[in-house]
Ligand binder design. Structure first.
Ligand code: ITT
Length: 184
């Protein structure tokens, strides 16, 4: 089994990535450390910089990932600032910003950066959906209690982890990464 490290300070991400990796015959080793996060408009650039810096420090093949939720009525906010917005205005703050707005469209994007001996590559996954009108129950991970993926009535938080993983932004990015790795 191939061993790749995941550098992240977010346990929920790792909980989702572990079964995805296992299904592709990859053993993920968690290095519980927050990647250096540069300020940039694109999550791919943030992930790439984080991957390069983590690889320079650790010297083992690894992935880092950056995720953001992009809300149409807010012109893409919080996007690359999702972690900061979550810590400051929180889910209630996002719902307040959307009060009276016609569109509740949003998308989740994940960029996974793989940094290894020869190359540094980034893979993106996107899921479209809407922002709920209230905070839903269930698993409490970041924006999951307010994000309803397209074609569903449940928020991500109300789904079992396996159901979220069957069609999530993170899973989509990971599929591309696993496909790349299988060709190496
Ligand atoms: P790292 O150490 O991996 O960087 P982080 O929590 O800082 O962890 P991000 O910057 O990628 O990760 O995350 C941006 C925000 O979005 C943060 O508040 C996360 O909790 C949240 N988030 C990330 N993925 C999510 C998902 O699948 N569902 C809900 N919220 C998510």
């Amino acid at each position: 089994m191939r061993e790749i490290s995941i550098v992240s300070g977010n346990r929920h991400k790792v909980d989702e990535l572990m079964p995805l990796a296992k299904a592709h015959g990859i053993r993920l080793k968690w290095i519980n450390y927050s990647k250096v996060e540069i300020q940039a408009d694109g999550i791919s650039d943030i992930a790439r910089a984080g991957g390069i810096l983590a690889y320079a420090a650790l010297g083992v093949p690894l992935i880092v990932e950056d995720t953001g939720i992009f809300i149409s009525a807010l012109k893409g906010f919080p996007g690359p600032y999702s972690a900061q917005a979550y810590k400051t205005i929180g889910l209630e703050g996002i719902l307040t910003l959307l009060k009276g707005r016609k569109s509740r469209k949003a998308e989740f994007r994940t960029a996974i950066c793989y940094a290894g001996d020869e190359d540094t590559v980034v893979f993106e996954g996107v899921v479209h959906g809407t922002i709920a009108t209230r905070i839903r129950g269930g698993r409490d991970f970041g924006y999951d209690p307010i994000f309803i993926p397209e074609g569903h009535t449940k928020a991500y938080s109300e789904m079992e982890l396996a159901e979220k993983n069957s069609a999530s932004h993170r899973a989509a990015a990971f599929e591309k990464f696993a496909e790349y790795l299988s060709r190496k």
